[in-house]
Design a protein around this ligand. Structure first.
Ligand SMILES: CC(C)(COP(=O)(O)OP(=O)(O)OC[C@H]1O[C@@H](n2cnc3c(N)ncnc32)[C@H](O)[C@@H]1OP(=O)(O)O)[C@@H](O)C(=O)NCCC(=O)NCCSC(=O)C[C@H](O)C(=O)O
Length: 361
């Protein structure tokens, strides 16, 4: 009888033997299929992550978010922060990154997110505690290999228990049965929109980036039956650091971002950018044209199409509303719709954002 504890009993350098060995071995699975999730389930995410200044600066530098309040203590103080906080996009990505192993590692595409609220600024050094509740589960009518799951997630300061950020997100999650259909060609061809586009004749651009500039532009637009909408000049091409490096730095284990072998057979055919990286780049383009004071909340964030290595992300912004009474003396609230689009002008992300924007001096 062969002694299988003998290291020499198997010749792993022989390809045929090794193939046979792999065929016989079970895979210890990571992540959960759709069937695992039931409405009302509560999950406590185990991975630990300490927000760091380095991590925040790496995220901001790579995504072109250069607001000095998140880099320099003098501007942070002027803006009412108690020390230099981590950037809200980095905070959000870290909180979501920690949840991926439990919620979406199985290969579920991130479809959208809403009700993103920043409850308080987060400092470097904060250790996170993250929990999620299953809000909704349903099978996908257009893609039988998938289900669609929505979770409500809360990221807290592990020491004080204070909530830092909360949101609801929705992913497409592979079904165990028929799990093997991922990439089998169930992807529907894009259908042409039968309705002609209904867009205003005139698109106005604000004169500057302060609250009054947005308010005045909206007033002009109302008089002229126009909209306030404009493009941002910067673009950012997706490289390895963005696609694989940043999600891994936030403990995001989704194979979509770092396993080309697995992704070759998936609907995208290749690794794809983490939605939060794509979004953060588009928001950085928008923020570079505005005097942001504070981030408030995000609603109706949607990821429309895949972003792969080599794609370039541009930004388009529409100004929806201004509220002079909402906010401190230094700032007023502006609500925007931001769209990220690629080199072929295909929208890849859209979302509604309310931020406090500095008033003119
Ligand atoms: C994934 C897609 C290829 C799907 O495209 P398509 O088949 O054309 O369908 P739809 O996009 O119309 O939607 C499919 C079903 O999903 C429902 N849906 C879509 N968006 C939402 C939403 N925000 N909330 C709730 N439900 C939504 C639709 O109603 C459809 O339902 P049904 O008719 O019953 O089937 C395409 O959407 C796509 O390419 N999206 C981009 C995906 C992406 O690139 N995401 C970011 C990268 S992946 C990521 O970041 C993973 C992350 O790390 C993580 O772990 O979450």
């Amino acid at each position: 009888m062969t002694d299988w504890s003998d290291p020499d009993a198997l010749d792993c350098s022989d390809e045929t033997t090794f193939d046979a060995l792999l065929d016989r071995a079970d895979t210890r699975e990571k992540g959960h299929y759709f069937e695992f999730f039931a409405e009302g389930d509560e999950l406590t995410h185990d991975p630990g992550l300490r927000l760091s200044r380095h991590g925040s600066e790496q995220w901001m530098g790579q995504t072109l978010n250069h607001d000095p309040a998140y880099w320099r203590s003098d501007t942070a103080r002027e803006r009412g922060f108690d020390g230099v906080p981590v950037h809200p996009d980095y905070l959000l990505a870290c909180v979501m990154g920690i949840t991926v192993e439990d919620l979406s590692e199985k290969g579920g595409y991130f479809l959208g997110r809403t009700d993103v609220e920043f409850h308080r600024p987060a400092r470097p050094g904060t250790e996170l505690a993250v929990t999620s509740r299953v809000v909704d589960t349903r099978t996908s009518s257009s893609r039988p290999a998938y289900g669609i799951v929505t979770w409500a997630t809360e990221g807290r300061d592990r020491e004080t228990g204070e909530t830092l950020v909360s949101y609801e997100r929705t992913n497409m999650i592979p079904r165990r049965e028929p799990a093997a259909t991922d990439g089998s060609g169930s992807m529907a061809d894009g259908e042409a929109d039968p309705e002609a586009p209904d867009i205003p004749d005139t698109l106005l651009t604000p004169d500057g980036g302060h609250f009054e500039d947005f308010r005045d532009a909206l007033e002009r637009a109302r008089e002229e039956q126009a909209a306030v909408a404009y493009r941002h000049e910067r673009g950012r091409t997706m490289d390895d650091q963005l696609v694989a490096g940043l999600p891994l730095a936030t403990l995001n284990t989704a194979r979509q971002h770092h396993n080309r072998d697995e992704m070759a057979d998936s609907p995208s055919g290749d690794i794809v950018a983490y939605g939060d990286v794509t979004r953060s780049i588009a928001l950085a383009h928008a923020r570079s044209d505005e005097a942001t004071y504070r981030e408030r909340r995000f609603e109706d964030e949607r990821f429309h199409s895949f972003v792969t290595l080599g794609d370039t992300i541009y930004g388009f912004t529409r100004v929806l509303d201004c509220d002079a009474d909402d906010g401190p003396e230094e700032a007023g609230a502006v609500t925007f719709e931001h769209v990220a689009f690629n080199q072929d002008s295909t929208p890849v992300y859209s979302g509604r954002r309310t931020a406090l924007v500095q008033r003119s001096q």
